[in-house]
Design a protein around this ligand. Structure first.
Ligand code: ZN
Length: 114
């Protein structure tokens, strides 16, 4: 398992990435409704309470995939499976996780898919 300190860093990073994505949804929504008023201050909170489907349809394809991967990584953190390769079960190198916090495959497995 990844060191606790690194684990916390990765978790922060994932939350940050999710916040950015949700903020992007905020901009999309704003544009869509041609609303020139400021977004509600508690937008982050509201966006997180939205049904997944609503959040996902507001995003473009790549952002949608990213959000799904981020959410999956966060739930793996909760279940204690985070950091293990989903294919071979080996630990994913911390360096790789730092570069790609929602990686699900170790380098060897990822390369075998290329
Ligand atoms: Zn692997």
């Amino acid at each position: 398992m990844t060191e606790v300190r690194e684990f916390t860093e990765l978790k922060d990073q994932l939350f940050e990435m999710r916040r950015d994505l949700l903020r992007r949804i905020g901009n999309i929504e704003k544009h869509r409704f041609r609303d020139d008023g400021p977004l509600p201050a508690d937008w982050d909170e509201q966006a997180q309470e939205l049904e997944n489907d609503e959040v996902l349809t507001a995003l473009d394809d790549s952002s949608r995939k990213e959000l799904i991967q981020i959410n999956a990584a966060l739930s793996r953190m909760e279940s204690g499976e985070y950091g293990d390769c989903v294919e071979c079960g080996e630990e994913i190198a911390t360096k790789r996780l730092m570069a790609l916090p929602y990686a699900t495959l170790c380098i060897a497995c990822a390369q075998s898919h290329e």
